[in-house]
Design a protein around this ligand. Structure first.
Ligand code: SAM
Length: 335
């Protein structure tokens, strides 16, 4: 039995184990997820005797900080399509802000301009539910149907909404702490999971950065929800500084995904109800086919490179973090 799991059973075998201790146990947290039986998340360590940081807690939903304003539920409206199948087309109001692609009808074997496909996913065949190439190669947000819509939970425009479909494993790497792999193959364009955490104000995110010994090290856990931020927006919420997601101490398995300069996934902004744009999801999708057991990665800095000048500055370089992604495209340093 892997050491981490052995420790778990040993710990729970003790008669004095109380409910609070069980709540602090990572295996118990993962076992409490509604998806546990179907899509378990496992933790293995075949490298050393480290366990996960006991201060970290697994969550399967976002935690909104008390000082973050969330629009009243009555602002959250959805489409009134009669059937889920209608939601792929232009008249679905969830897709109002999504531009139709030039040749998507042909890709799907249709040529009827009155029923122009507009949603982000392929609707049939082997690529069904995977992101269309046009979206995959863009920075466009993904608009989906959601709980307030009239269509059913099986609507094809609810891929992120339906959740993770892949069993994931957190494993100890040889040189980069913990990492994450998939126990099944993943197709290019397939949704993997959301990046979860505490949604906090930008002031609070700055406070947490300032408290961290190296701000860039804290930055790897903080993601700004800035896709819809627009100082000129008519929506006064979108004029406010973007909220941020902090996954350092509360998150799902994606918090353990390492960086690669040649990654196999990318983060997309995904919106359900348009009133929730300011708290949009961070959804990880495969950008190429991923083999079973291959480590999952994304580019933490979206292709940005540490400044060349810094790399030649003797004083700066000793504080920089070497990238160990090991790919031929490696840019050398994380920050
Ligand atoms: C978001 S965490 C990823 C999970 C982390 N490996 C762990 O054990 O908790 C980011 C941290 O992982 C390490 N890391 C991730 N990708 C790396 C890479 N390509 N090279 C070196 N270290 C990496 C760095 O220590 C970084 O601060």
């Amino acid at each position: 039995m892997e050491k981490a799991i052995y420790q778990h059973f040993h710990y729970h075998g003790q008669p004095e184990t109380n409910i609070e201790e069980a709540r602090n146990c990572h295996f118990c947290q993962l076992r409490s997820f509604a998806t546990h039986d179907r899509l378990p998340i496992s933790i293995v360590n075949e490298v050393d005797d480290q366990a996960l940081n006991p201060d970290f807690r697994f969550i399967d939903h976002t935690i909104i900080a008390p000082d973050v304003y969330i629009p009243d539920a009555s602002f959250r409206t959805g489409c009134d399509c009669k059937k889920g199948g209608d939601c792929m087309y232009g008249k679905c109001t969830c897709l109002d802000e999504m531009a139709p692609g030039p040749d998507e009808d042909k890709e799907d074997g249709h040529n009827d301009s009155r029923r122009r496909k507009r949603y982000a996913y392929y609707s049939s065949g082997a690529k069904r539910d995977t992101l269309r190439g046009r979206i995959l190669n863009s920075r466009e947000p993904i608009y989906e149907c959601h709980a307030e819509c009239n269509c059913s939970a099986q609507c094809p425009n609810r891929v992120v909404e339906r959740g993770r479909t892949i069993p994931l494993q957190i494993f100890r790497t040889e040189d980069r702490g913990w990492g994450v792999r998939s126990l099944v193959g993943i197709k290019k364009g397939q949704f993997v999971d959301r990046y979860l955490g505490e949604i906090i104000t930008s002031d609070e995110a700055d406070r947490r950065r300032a408290d961290s010994s190296v701000a860039r090290r804290k930055d790897v856990y903080l993601f700004a929800l800035d896709k819809f931020y627009d100082p000129q927006s008519e929506d006064q919420l979108l004029r406010q500084p973007p909220l941020e997601v902090d996954g350092e101490y509360m998150s799902g398995p994606t918090r353990f995904i390492n960086h690669s300069c040649s990654p196999n996934m990318r983060i997309f902004a995904r919106v359900g109800a348009h009133a929730d744009k300011r708290t949009h999801d961070l959804a990880l999708f495969a950008i190429r086919d991923i083999q079973k057991d291959e480590e999952l990665t994304f580019d933490y800095v979206n292709g940005e490179s540490v400044l060349d000048d810094d790399m030649h500055d003797h004083y700066k370089i000793k504080d920089m973090t070497k990238c160990l992604c090991g790919t031929p495209e490696c840019r050398g340093y994380l920050w």
